[in-house]
Design a protein around this ligand. Structure first.
Ligand code: GLU
Length: 503
């Protein structure tokens, strides 16, 4: 594989980073690290109309939260900087001029109104308007006008755009690491705008110039950019530059598998489509984020890695280092990757099990006011007993509150079934047995209670069911003797008494 791999993630700061964008960033990161290369963040903000305040910060925060930092980027290791295209504005004009000089591009003076008019006329006939070799001689540009007429217009300060002169009757052979060879007939291509008279390049020109100047070796981006590949190839050729290799990542599909997952789907379908929560600066609308919903960043990263890639083995759980090791663009598939929100929950559950109880306890304690005065080691022990049933830290309280406070109510159905007169009598005797257990360990309590049950010759369930209900308030939770040990003798006896007295 090529030495000195340099890849870039090149988002436009037009809003929060969508989960698909994050997947693109991740694949770039994995590829760079796998080859000891450089992962670059470039902010493509040439379209000032679509610029959204806070979006760049959001992108950077999201990469940091996911633990996939960039090696070069805005205000960081600016070897090839600046890394914001708006700050590179002065560079692009020369390149546009070069293309004009070499005959690969031309000035076009058509007004938006006149193009719109022609577009509508054709649409009325059921045709689509396309600006290229077949009609450019009939339109208002430096190919149809004389040199002098063109110069006069430029001197007069008429508005113009610079268009790429796409050739007629040529076949382009494109290569993509994911899709293989693609053949394109240039006759279907339009003469894309590369530069505008406001001094701003369009995406295509700025992107190619920057990829070249930043010495990008591999362009890894979403499939929506595949239609631009033919133009990008031609631009490299027109400049006489070596091309990077390209890899277009498959689309992310809705959970149904039908249609592209869009920014609007998320909260509508009940799951976030953004890594972090985002508040729209104009409407103040809030879109939910994976971080705020209680997902662990490494779970999200592991999940995203599988959207369009697989390691070719059964292994699903990968640390970031293992992903770097296993990742390979050759194993990225062409077909769309279905976004399955249940699968990311599964990953979160798995990552929860791998975390230290102490760390989880800290977060849990901070989030739950009832735990303010409780020893963190005790919280950690409780967490250790219930986390296998939890997907999020926010599930903890419902699963563990009985470790910290006596049940306030009892599950009605269980209560009616279990709390008979016989049960009440058994419970008051049981309270005595437990009260008399010296050296209060899980084993000692268990031995004493079991011995007493054997002596009484009652069914195990007849005692254990009301006991569980007394301690937990419902027929759930971890081993009863573990709970007894955790909450202690006095609290156990108290709770047994509470149940017997409840009506
Ligand atoms: N600015 C483009 C975007 O927002 C970058 C596409 C590319 O990677 O070439 O996705």
């Amino acid at each position: 594989m090529t030495d000195n791999v340099r890849v870039r993630f090149a988002p436009s700061p037009t809003g929060p980073l969508h989960i698909g964008g994050l997947r693109t960033a991740l694949f770039n990161y994995l590829f760079a690290k796998k080859h000891n290369g450089t992962f670059i963040l470039r902010i493509e903000d040439t379209d000032q109309n679509r610029y959204v305040e806070g979006a760049e910060k959001y992108i950077i925060d999201a990469l940091n939260w996911c633990n996939i930092p960039y090696d070069e980027g805005p205000n960081h290791n600016e070897k090839f900087g600046p890394y914001r295209q708006s700050e590179r504005k002065h560079l692009y004009q020369d390149y546009a001029d070069q293309l004009i000089a070499s005959g690969n591009a031309y000035y076009a003076f058509d007004t938006a109104d006149s193009l719109d008019h022609q577009r509508k006329e054709l649409e009325a006939e059921g045709k689509t308007f396309i600006y290229n070799w077949h009609n450019r001689q009939l339109l208002l540009n430096s190919l149809s006008l004389s040199k002098e007429e063109t110069q006069a217009k430029l001197d007069a300060g008429d508005e113009y755009v610079i268009r790429f002169k796409s050739p007629e009757n040529q076949t382009l052979n494109l290569t993509d690491i994911v899709r293989g060879n693609i053949t394109i007939d240039t006759n279907i291509l339009d003469d894309k705008v590369l530069f505008k008279s406001d001094g701003m390049p369009t995406y295509h020109l700025a992107n190619i110039v920057d990829d070249h100047l930043m010495e990008i070796t591999h362009v890894i981006r979403g499939e929506e950019w595949l239609p631009s590949l033919a133009l990008h190839y031609q631009l490299y050729d027109a400049f006489g530059w070596d091309k990077p290799q390209f890899a277009h990542l498959p689309l992310l599909l809705k959970p149904t598998g039908k249609g592209k997952l869009s920014k609007r789907d998320g909260d509508k379908l009940g799951f976030p489509v953004f890594p972090l929560e985002w508040q729209d600066p104009e409407t103040n609308d809030i879109s939910s984020g994976y971080r705020e919903a209680g997902y662990f960043p490494d779970a999200l990263v592991n999940f995203l890695a599988f959207l369009g890639w697989n390691p070719g083995t059964e292994q699903e759980l990968f640390t970031l280092e293992e992903l770097v090791e296993a990742f390979d663009l050759e194993r990225v598939h062409k077909s769309g990757a279905r976004f399955d929100p249940d699968k990311i929950k599964w990953f979160n559950h798995q990552y929860m099990q791998m975390q230290y109880d102490d760390d989880l306890a800290e977060v849990f304690k901070d989030a739950q006011p009832e735990l303010a005065d409780i020893d963190v080691n005790y919280v950690a022990m409780a967490v250790g007993m219930i986390k296998e049933r939890a997907t999020f830290i926010s599930d903890f309280w419902a699963l563990s509150s009985f470790f910290f406070e006596a049940p306030k109510t009892y599950d009605e159905k269980s209560f009616t079934k279990i709390v008979t007169n016989e049960a009440r009598e058994l419970m008051s005797e049981l309270a005595q047995v437990i009260n008399h257990t010296d050296d209060f360990t899980v084993e000692n309590v268990q031995t004493d209670v079991k011995a007493w049950i054997a002596k009484k010759e009652v069914g195990f369930g007849k005692v254990m069911q009301p006991l569980r209900l007394a301690l937990v308030g419902a027929m759930q939770g971890p081993d009863v003797f573990e709970i007894i040990y955790m909450i202690g003798k006095a609290e156990t006896v108290q709770r047994i008494g509470n149940l017997s007295q409840a009506l």
